[in-house]
Design a protein around this ligand. Structure first.
Ligand code: BTN
Length: 326
């Protein structure tokens, strides 16, 4: 009922309680209760004796109906579960996937109490303007190919940010999204698999959208920044989620049908690593050298000072110097 009232308000702009009541066969008091609930969710609705209810502004809460209203996807986000606060959207999505939830379902939260990042790190998840979402995927891939999913998700995140802002995001291999050297988004893929098949993947994406830059800087030791902080404008989280899901669906379909190789060139247009002097810990050994390329499987190729080329599939790289020679 609330969704119907909201739709009517958006379409009509001005409509009286009496008209709404008649249309939906409910009392004016019931209409008033629904309107107050919508206000509680952040919708701005004015009431006046002359015009009745006037729809002023949508909420910026990441409500399922709001996201679904202009979402142009085939299956990504067809079901969206919104929470005010969870431990981690990864946990909620994993439980759903284990219970048989479909591919494409999205769990989204306004805040997380135990948001997690890669390698056991935590992810700052304040109820203050971030996007914290997890997507359930059921790809027909070998488990070894799943490492490529965060790579393609990185491209989708960059494209969505580019569409919604004037910012120029870059990917620090493998999937940190940076703007002017500060991390604005992170990607985490967790998998349940058998020896030769994937049961499901939970793809978690965190974006610092309107979070206050100074708060993030304090909580992350200056590593992170927000899109709003970098662009000096407030960004619609709802539209950014829509764009993100749309971009991700396109690239995911292409990846499943044609492999990572078909996305490699596009990935490279957002790359902020190749050409730099980097160092990475891979299986306990430290590899340092120049990042020279990524291969058809998404491995980073590092040329050591002695000319040897090493392939690295995952890990946290430290950029020592940009655009080095040798
Ligand atoms: C990283 O850069 O280390 C990855 C960060 C991933 C954060 C997102 S926020 C939504 C989802 N839920 C989590 O607990 N983590 C991911």
């Amino acid at each position: 009922m609330r969704a119907l009232i909201l739709k009517a308000l958006k379409e009509e702009r001005h409509i009286s309680g009496e008209q709404l009541g008649k249309r939906f066969n409910i009392s004016r008091t019931a209409v008033w209760k629904h309107i107050n609930e919508l206000r509680g969710k952040g919708y701005e609705i004015r009431s006046s004796p002359r015009l009745g209810y006037t729809f002023i502004k949508s909420t910026d809460l990441l409500l399922a109906d709001e996201i679904a209203s202009c979402l142009k996807t085939r299956f990504m986000g067809k079901r969206i579960l919104h929470h005010d606060e969870v431990t981690s959207t990864q946990d909620v999505a994993e439980n759903l996937a284990r219970a048989g939830e479909e591919q494409g379902t999205v769990v989204i939260a306004e805040a997380q109490t135990r948001g997690r990042g890669r390698r056991g790190r935590s992810w700052v998840s304040l109820p203050e303007g971030g996007i914290y979402l997890s997507i359930i995927l059921k790809p027909e891939l070998m488990p070894s190919q799943v490492v490529q999913i965060p790579l393609i998700a990185g491209v989708a995140v960059c494209k969505a940010i580019r569409k919604m802002t004037r910012l120029e995001p870059r990917i620090k291999w493998s999937n940190d999204i940076l703007i002017s050297g500060k991390k604005v988004a992170g990607i985490l893929a967790e998998m349940s698999s058998e020896f030769d098949r994937v049961n499901f993947v939970i793809l978690g994406i965190g974006v610092n959208v309107n979070t206050r830059g100074s708060t993030l800087a304090k909580l992350t030791g200056g590593i992170a920044a927000s899109l709003a902080g970098k662009s000096s404008e407030c960004i619609s989280r709802v539209q950014l989620v829509q764009s993100l899901l749309q971009e991700f669906e396109k690239i995911y379909i292409k990846f499943l049908s044609s492999g990572f190789n078909s996305i490699r060139e596009e990935w490279k247009t957002y790359d902020g690593t190749i050409g730099s002097q980097v160092s990475v810990v891979d299986g306990g050994t430290n590899i340092s050298g120049k990042a020279i390329d990524i291969d058809n499987d998404g491995f980073l190729l590092i040329k050591k000072a002695n000319g040897e080329v090493k392939k690295v599939i995952s890990g946290d790289i430290s950029v020592i110097k940009r655009n080095c020679e040798y």
